[in-house]
Structures are given as structure tokens and as C-alpha cells.
Ligand binder design. Sequence first.
Ligand code: NAP
Length: 259
Amino acid sequence: MNTKTFIQSAPQESQTPVAMPRTLVTGATAGIGRELALQLAQAGVPVLALGRNVQSLQALQDSSPRIATVVCDLSDIASLPDHAAQWVALYPDLACVIHNAGVQDIVRMDDAGYGAGQLRQEVDINLVAPMVLTQALLPHLQSKQQACVVNITSGMGFAPKRTSAVYSATKAGLHLFSEALRAQLQGSTVQVVEAVMPMVDTAMSQASSAGKISPAQAAREVIIGMNKGLSVVWVGKTRAIPVLRRLAPSVLARVIQRG
Ligand SMILES: NC(=O)c1ccc[n+]([C@@H]2O[C@H](COP(=O)([O-])OP(=O)(O)OC[C@H]3O[C@@H](n4cnc5c(N)ncnc54)[C@H](OP(=O)(O)O)[C@@H]3O)[C@@H](O)[C@H]2O)c1
């Protein structure tokens, strides 16, 4: 499937409102997710913005008549199938999900006070929630003529950062999940897209001083990539990853470690 029909006016092009399927954006209250929600709405796409912060969700909803919102804590894994059933009942036009929400603990495994509960929460939000939500939404998505699942991964899913062992592992997991899901759904109406993020200037990357792109630029590149029907959207400097992985993996490892 080519998602071209989803987003008939890419960001920065003429903004003609058109009837298009609704897109669920998780983690839409801040950073890249907020930009994705705003830019999609601006391009004419009805958005279902998911988050925990009610005030931020209200502000998003007030900013555009195309944005509806749902309050959901993605770490509450057991509740997600019921949430998904409610969303498709309320928004039967839902045909795309962008798994954007994420957290990153910058910590060593032997740090005092870093326990299994915190570790498990990071894995749940970054990896288990996208898997469980995808599974719950899949029958609905497969009933659509065109649908998509978009997973937001990271350069750290291709080479790990020592201060973010669990985070790197969740992003590597989401990368492989994207590949396996794409293979499973080959020939179906559901396109699986992976968007690989470089350093983006958000709350998550506050501790890093490396060259960052703006969340607006990151969101724009994801939407343009979806618009082109790409399976993998290499955002910003991550475009170098496929070549570095093949020809200079030690350079890739150093670059990610530095970032
Ligand atoms: N920034 C970077 O440099 C960078 C690099 C590579 C990949 N990424 C990826 O890009 C995605 C977006 O990151 P970002 O930089 O925009 O991060 P961010 O500014 O910290 O925003 C994260 C979003 O996820 C939401 N979220 C966190 N835990 C949640 C939960 N339990 N339930 C529901 N929502 C939850 C947050 O909502 P609350 O406000 O409620 O916490 C927030 O809306 C993530 O998947 C991240 O791993 C980012």
C-alpha cells in the first residue's frame, strides 16, 4: 500500500482539507508526537491524540477541529485491548497508528535504586504497548482498504548506548518487530512503516548536547516518508546508518555512543 492517499497535502504544501482516515498518535502531548499530531491535522488528516496529560490533550484538541483525544497510560498493559476496542467503536474511521510514545532511563544496570519495576516500565511503554495495541487493532485495520502501523525507533536500536541499555534493547526490539510484522502482513492492506529517529530536541534528549534536529523537522520527515510510501523512514542523520552498519560498524558504534 502507498500511504499517499492518507496525506494528500504534505506539510508545507497547500493545506486543502480532505476526507481521510483517522490516525492514532501515541505520546501526542509533547515532543515529536505533538508535532506529528499538529502537522497531520494541518495536512487534513483526522487525528486521535493519545496521552496521559489531560491539560496538554485539551490544548491539542482546542488547536484544531481535526484532533480528538484519548487519555491512556500505556504502561497499564492489561487495559490496552479494552482501550483499543473503545477507540475503534468511537472512531470507526481509524486506519493508522503511530507508535510514538516512549521513555528513556539514563542509568547503569548496577545503579543503586534501579530496580525491576522501573526496568519493566520502560520495556512496557516502548515495546510491549506497541505490540499489544497493534495486535488489538489489527482486525480493525485489516478490515480497511488501506491502513498503516508506524513504529518510531531510534539510531540506538542499531548500535546501543551504554547509558541506555534497556532503552536501546527496546528500540532494537521494535525494529525487529516492525520487520517481522511487515513480513506477516505482506499482501494485506496494512503497511508497516519504521521511522528511525536521530537526536531530536525534546525533553527526552535534554541530557545530550549533540547536534539535534527540531521535533517539527522530525515529524515533517516522518510524514513525507509515509507520503512517499516508504517502509523505513531514515530521519536526518540516521540516513547514514544502513551504509555504516555494512561498511563501518565500529564507526556507527562510536557515533551513537558519542550522541
Ligand atoms: N528525542 C530524541 O532524541 C529521540 C531519538 C530517538 C528516538 N526517539 C523516539 O521518539 C519518540 C518520541 O520521543 P520524544 O523525544 O518526543 O519524547 P518526549 O518529548 O519525552 O515525549 C514522549 C511522549 O510519550 C508520552 N508517554 C510517555 N510515557 C507514556 C505512557 N506511560 N503513556 C502514554 N504516553 C506516554 C509522553 O507523555 P507524558 O507527557 O504523559 O509523559 C510524551 O507525550 C519516542 O519513541 C522516542 O524513543 C526520540
